[in-house]
Design a binder for this molecule. Sequence first.
Ligand SMILES: Cc1cc2nc3c(=O)[nH]c(=O)nc-3n(C[C@H](O)[C@H](O)[C@H](O)COP(=O)(O)OP(=O)(O)OC[C@H]3O[C@@H](n4cnc5c(N)ncnc54)[C@H](O)[C@@H]3O)c2cc1C
Length: 419
Amino acid sequence: MLDAVIVGGGLAGLTAARTLQAAGARLLVLEKENRLGGRLWTHPGTDTKQKPHELGAQFFSRHFQAVWQLARDLDVPLLPVPFQLQMRIGDEWKQARYDSWRILFALPGVPWHVRHQLIKLLRDAGNRNFPDRDLAEYASRYHSSIKEYVVAPFYQTLFFSKLQGGSAKHFLSHFGSPRSQRIYRPAGGMSQLVDKLAEGVPVQTGSEVKQILPDQDWIHIRFDTKQGERELRARYALVSIPGDQVTKIVDMESLNPDDLQLLQQVRYSGTAVVTVSLKHSCGWCGFGFSVPPKYSCVLAGGVFYDRQFLCGMLTDDAYEKWRYQSDDRIKDFAVTELCKLFSLNKSHIMEVNLFRWDSAIPKFIPGMADSFRQLYGKGIAGGRLFLAGDYLQLGCTEGAIRSGLEAANLMRKLLGTKG
Ligand SMILES: Cc1cc2nc3c(=O)[nH]c(=O)nc-3n(C[C@H](O)[C@H](O)[C@H](O)COP(=O)(O)OP(=O)(O)OC[C@H]3O[C@@H](n4cnc5c(N)ncnc54)[C@H](O)[C@@H]3O)c2cc1C
């Protein structure tokens, strides 16, 4: 008999599984894909000029404490990335460092009166402990240009997302003290972290959960495998899939109306990652590039792995518009844009690949942070079902790990296990 089933083998689910297993719980992780990691995915590259690269999360910031702790526990070194962000200003690329508060003050092309207002905004936000209110409205109280020059480009770079609907709390919580914004990657790529996390954890990949039905004593789980439909039951379940998909598998009648209403409001930005190998070096150097929304580019930005290989990410606006188009058409749009941005000719391009993320980054609704805390701070559906995932905390790896740890600790107490 299982103590717990964990639905979803991403960072949140695997962190919880590892914690519960160390406490002696009997568990199983069910993952629908044939690989683990979810939105952490280091692609090994093809046998042409493609380098190993990240299709999901690219890097960690220094102030992601849970990430650092986990990497230490797993003995995975985090290596600094010499990130020099190139930002598009008019027809030129200008450098904006990303390793301190300077990202805000040293953004190229921002007039001094706007910077001055920005300092006031940050001071005010700090004094009020990062208000959970509409980011666009909050920023525009200071100077309407702050939105255009500072918040929108940075928001887009971090979230591939439009500013409207974002929460000031979630935006500002990505900033830490000076130097805390230096960025790091695990040696061996993001998947290295996942592989280590999953060592010794019972996992079944290729198992898509279709229905979760709690009753008084058990949680019943129905899932599809290559061999056909299967069913199992456990004392508790943790659902650690993107939040906009939870109500598709959890029996809605078992949820109380407030929890159901909250879950139905979860939204994500989507994006597609386009990887491009060039025949010759493009002469470009720098790790990342960002194109502020005011230049209406279909790409939010991307990463150069070297001078011949890069990944670009679509803005969520562009993805929303084109998600029903074929891969080839989306590749074509993206390549046309890259050629414009880097003065390339299409004949320079050797290979293009595309990967879609329909649920990439959670959108935080202003004023909802406290309500979401209710969702992950307890068992729902009669107390046997728990939730974890980045949408409950902070829209990044740090939030996923924290939510997985919190859920595991709650479950551990109920199971009466050690640890
Ligand atoms: C393109 C991109 C770039 C990003 N860049 C960064 C970055 O630079 N830094 C950063 O910190 N964060 C970044 N993020 C965000 C980060 O990747 C996520 O916040 C984090 O990985 C989420 O982990 P999770 O466990 O909550 O969810 P997921 O990783 O989505 O895990 C959920 C798992 O559940 C599985 N699943 C779903 N439905 C079912 C089902 N019915 N049955 C069984 N299994 C199911 C999925 O296959 C998946 O493996 C990025 C995300 C994307 C997409």
